[in-house]
Design a protein around this ligand. Structure first.
Ligand SMILES: Nc1ncnc2c1ncn2[C@@H]1O[C@H](COP(=O)(O)OP(=O)(O)OP(=O)(O)O)[C@@H](O)[C@H]1O
Length: 254
């Protein structure tokens, strides 16, 4: 299958430190990939380079066959490369319905109407209701974000990302900070993601990685040291040395 997403020989250094060191990666529609690696391995920097929040020193990012390396973050979102909205970027005084409605309007290029009463636009609100319903947030759609639980806020991040109709979704630790009792709902939301969506998830929780991912990519000191199946990753000596050594002593790798 043709890749929907490709990174070729991406490099970025800070000072003398090569934080992204010649990284190449490709994903096909429907892929479920976990990106793991020890603290400071360069995962966040890699995602920032991919989304257009950071500029690489060299290399290429391609989306659906088009080179997007020089296109800004908003242009990449328009082309279907979406990063999950972070809880820290949700507006506490706004409701889930408002967040998702704004994303729908932005996606459709109708953001000129942002200041209109979009809550009374039936086409928008039908979609908002459906999306929030799928994530179990329908009952809470008109509550303030500040009044809903942290796990529900994290589900709202996913709803906002899905409202943008992504082709490639980058999820940054979707279950981090969520109490154990609520992680099942996040996992269910991940399991229910559209089948043709390519998903790259950064995750420290290895149990979640093994349940979600069909493929695991390991980054260490800015370079990919493993790209293969979840069953092989634990056997790989370089991975064990770089990463899983610390995991062996804890149920959740840090
Ligand atoms: N803007 C910056 N200026 C200088 N150094 C940076 C900058 N951003 C990141 N780094 C360095 O790059 C390295 C990789 O950081 P990065 O946050 O990408 O790693 P990470 O794998 O996401 O780590 P974690 O799992 O802890 O979030 C670290 O050594 C970090 O200090």
């Amino acid at each position: 299958m043709q890749p929907i997403f490709e990174v070729r020989n991406l490099k970025r250094a800070f000072g003398g430190l090569a934080v992204t060191n010649d990284v190449s990666l490709s994903m096909a529609p429907g892929d479920r990939v976990a990106l793991i690696g020890p603290n400071g391995a360069g995962k966040t920097t890699f995602v920032n380079l991919v989304t257009g929040n950071l500029v690489p020193d060299s290399g290429e990012v391609r989306l659906g066959g088009e080179t997007v390396t020089r296109i800004d973050a908003i242009g990449r979102v328009r082309r279907g490369l979406v990063r999950s909205f972070q809880v820290t970027r949700l507006f506490l005084d706004m409701t889930p319905a408002e967040h998702v409605a704004l994303a729908v309007l932005q996606r459709d290029g109708r953001s000129g109407r942002l200041f209109g009463n979009f809550l009374s636009m039936p086409d928008v609100m039908d979609e908002v209701g459906q999306l929030l319903g799928k994530l179990g947030l329908r009952e809470l759609m008109h509550r303030k974000v500040s009044e809903i639980a942290y796990g529900q806020q994290r589900l709202l991040e996913i709803a906002v990302a899905l409202a943008l109709k992504p082709k490639v979704l980058l999820l940054d630790e979707p279950a981090a900070g969520v109490p154990q009792s609520d992680t099942g709902r996040i996992e269910q939301a991940l399991a229910d993601l559209p089948a043709d969506l390519a998903v790259l998830m950064i995750e420290h929780d290895m149990d979640l990685v093994f349940r979600f991912a069909k493929r695991v990519v390991v980054l260490a000191a800015g370079a990919i040291i493993f790209d293969g199946s979840p069953s092989d990753v634990t056997q790989d000596p370089r991975v064990r040395e770089a990463y899983l050594g610390s995991y062996a002593n804890a149920s959740h790798a840090a």
